[in-house]
Design a protein around this ligand. Structure first.
Ligand code: FPP
Length: 247
């Protein structure tokens, strides 16, 4: 008997996005549709982050940045915020055990001074452990806001001017970028927003100037590796001109 297996089409390596950004959205609706508490949606979302991050590592993506907690998410209930911290705590503890083996670098982007102290300590530990790792870099945005990040950078540049370190007319893109949370990370090539919303919601405002976008109605916990393949295939068809013209 002849069995025909459809070969799983992995994204072609040429033109693979170097950096993918994802707005983790739709966890609450995912839970509601199942009659579960919102926190169960975040739990499923965190699990899916692990799956997608492993897949990105396997196919050769160099940077994955996810929007996990925004500067505006403090408006949510204490119970929900507590559940998100608990998931992050668990994720960081498990990652610390695995990161030496996997050479995965984890970096947190955002104003972490306001988050629970023990999580800040876990962040310091992951930074220290993974500083020299060359595998995929996972950036988790926590208490992050694009405007907040730009404002922080502007204040630092203004302070440098006042201190006489630089003159206003000498400030370049590179000088400014070095003050962002994302310093040293290339801009995202592809930004994915699940859950049907068609907006950027204060995510990577400076860095997304020339990013390609992929919007889908799929809720984040259901966003599969197969759909990621489709998003990448879609991206690979785009004609990126960065403001120039085609030859
Ligand atoms: C947005 O969906 C999701 C969040 C604000 C929280 C995302 C956080 C996690 C998945 C946990 C983080 C853990 C790791 C390891 C990255 P929503 O609640 O706004 O969904 P809704 O729009 O359907 O209500």
């Amino acid at each position: 008997m002849l069995f025909l297996f459809k070969k799983k089409s992995k994204p072609k390596n040429s033109d693979l996005p170097v950096h993918i950004g994802i707005i983790l959205d739709g966890n609450g609706r995912w839970a509601k549709r199942r009659g579960l508490p919102r926190t169960a949606g975040h739990s499923a979302g965190a699990e899916n982050f692990r799956t997608i991050a492993n897949y990105c590592r396997d196919i050769g993506i160099k940077y994955l940045t996810v929007y996990a907690f925004s500067t505006e998410n403090w408006k949510r209930s204490e119970e929900e915020i507590y559940a998100i911290w608990e998931l992050l705590r668990k994720y960081l503890k498990e990652s610390i055990q695995k990161m030496v083996r996997d050479r995965v670098k984890i970096s947190i982007m955002g104003d972490i001074g306001a988050i629970p102290e023990d999580i800040q300590e876990l962040i310091d530990e992951t930074d220290r452990l993974s500083e020299t790792f060359e595998g995929i870099q996972l950036n988790i945005c926590l208490n992050y806001g694009g405007r907040d990040e730009i404002l922080k950078a502007a204040k630092e540049v203004a302070a440098d001017c006042l201190a006489g370190k630089i003159q206003p007319e000498e400030i370049t893109d590179d000088y400014f970028e070095a003050k962002l949370y994302s310093a040293g990370v290339p801009d995202p090539d592809l930004i994915i927003r699940p859950s049907g919303e068609l907006r950027i919601s204060n995510f990577l405002l400076w860095q997304s100037a020339y990013s390609e976008f992929y919007f889908t109605k799929t809720l984040w916990p259901d966003f599969s590796t197969k759909e990621l393949d489709s998003a990448i295939a879609d991206y690979q068809k785009r004609d990126r001109r960065f403001g120039g013209v085609k030859d």
